[in-house]
Design a binder for this molecule. Structure first.
Ligand SMILES: [Zn+2]
Length: 433
């Protein structure tokens, strides 16, 4: 922009909306949220305030003056221009004619995200169901229904005799289509549980559908809006799916007790196994988000990458990731020490066994006899039925990095201005690219 005259008037990029503070974060400093399209971006307060004031009418000098008047920072117009040029324009949060080429680069697809999403239900129909379902989180109703879940589980593992029932079911393979249908129904209700929980907290689910996570198809509910909720609201959203899932299991146990249909009791048992699997925190299933929200680190994997790079001595041009509170830092270190070898082992296992899995799948499709043979074992049939229909809530990760994911726009390493720094009131200049 060297050589240009006149005030520099930056403007928030289209679709960028200030969304308030990140509640109960695990960071030393308070962080703030900007909505950018369907994503949230986590930034420091100073960057948040600059974006908030960049309304297309104020010049950088006016923004600097306003920041100095209303915040703890003493800011010159050059500071504002530098922040916009180096931090905000490169990720597409603020735009200006002189920085038109500074657009956000797309993130490469990650196998640790829900990919190839096919949206099946939009926000309108979800809202109609969630508005009703949210009442199940009203504390008296929640207490009563949790009691019902506990009673049904006690009945299932004592009077229900699941081992005997599974043996009986194995001799009646025609029950398998019913079993698959029940598990699909339960998976759909699980997703409604996430939608109802986020609605109870005051936000809304954006979509439901089917996607791919790692190497399996899953149901997903987009609950990215839960970043705006309190810690309690986020954890409720994480656990809402499991709550509804276990309610379905309780209903299945009741139907089995009343009718004697074995498929209902086996479906309840498989739901229990699925709930246990969902609580594993090492991949982005419900247990992962519960741990993330309890610690106050909005997305564990997103925050892990730059820390691991630094741990292994990889130098980065960008500033360090935001500092964590001491207790959160210890928990996060323990989590990484467990998760990294598990993730590496998981990928190694998948790659090692992929040829055998593809071969078996081909054989199964080619031969109906193989399918019936598999059905002769109740245990193996149960696994086959439950495997493809995994359910999880899905959030876009908090986007806090530049294209290299090593620079944190939300973490300026210094305060602008300061007592020892004279405020410049000279001729307006702006940063040149
Ligand atoms: Zn879930």
């Amino acid at each position: 922009m060297a050589g240009k005259e006149g005030p520099v008037i930056p403007r928030r990029a289209a679709g960028v909306v200030p969304a308030g503070p990140l509640h109960s974060g695990g960071f030393v400093e308070q962080h703030w949220l900007l909505r950018r399209g369907e994503r949230f971006v986590q930034v420091s307060e100073l960057l948040y305030r600059v974006v908030e004031l960049a309304d297309g009418r104020r010049s950088t000098e006016e923004i600097a003056r306003r920041l100095t008047e209303t915040t703890k920072w003493e800011v010159a117009d050059e500071d504002v221009a530098r922040i916009i040029e180096r931090k905000l324009a490169p990720v597409g949060l603020v735009e200006h004619p002189d920085w038109l080429d500074a657009t956000a680069s797309a993130r490469a697809p990650s196998p640790l995200l829900v990919n190839a999403r096919l949206r099946i239900i939009g926000p309108g129909p979800i809202e109609r169901v969630a508005r009703v379902g949210q009442h199940l989180f009203w504390p008296p109703a929640l207490s009563a229904l949790l009691g019902l879940i506990v009673a049904s589980q006690l009945w299932l593992f004592t009077i229900g005799q699941p081992g005997v029932v599974m043996q009986r079911l194995a001799s009646t393979p025609l029950s398998l289509p019913l079993l698959v249908g029940l598990l699909l129904l339960a998976g759909a209700v699980h997703e409604l549980g996430h939608a109802a929980a986020i609605r109870y907290g005051g936000a809304r689910a954006r979509a439901m559908g089917i996607g791919w996570y790692l190497v399996v198809p899953i149901f997903y509910t987009d609950v990215t809006e839960s970043y705006r909720l309190s810690r309690g609201g986020r954890v409720r959203t994480d656990l809402g799916g499991l709550y509804f899932h276990l309610l379905v299991a309780a209903a299945f146990v009741g139907i089995h007790a009343a009718t004697g249909y074995d498929a209902f009791l086996v479906a309840a048992l498989l739901i229990d196994l699925d709930v246990a699997r969902q609580l594993i925190p090492f991949i982005r299933l419900d247990g992962y988000w519960v741990l993330a929200d309890l610690t106050g680190i909005p997305d564990l994997f997103t925050h892990a990458a730059p820390r691991l790079r630094r741990l292994f001595g990889k130098r980065s041009d960008g500033p360090a990731p935001p500092a964590l509170r001491p207790r959160v830092r210890r928990i996060f270190a323990a989590y990484l020490a467990l998760t990294v070898p598990i993730i590496v082992g998981l990928f190694g296992y998948v790659i090692w066994h992929a040829p055998a899995v593809v071969s078996r799948a081909s054989a199964a499709v080619a031969s109906r006899t193989d399918l019936l043979a598999d059905a002769s074992s109740a245990e193996s049939s149960a696994r086959d039925c439950s495997r493809p229909w995994r359910c999880c809530s899905s959030r876009s990760p908090l986007w806090a990095s530049r294209s290299s994911s090593s620079s944190w726009p939300g973490s300026p390493r210094r305060r602008c201005g300061g007592a020892s720094r004279p405020r410049r009131r000279g001729p307006r200049t702006s940063a040149s690219r």
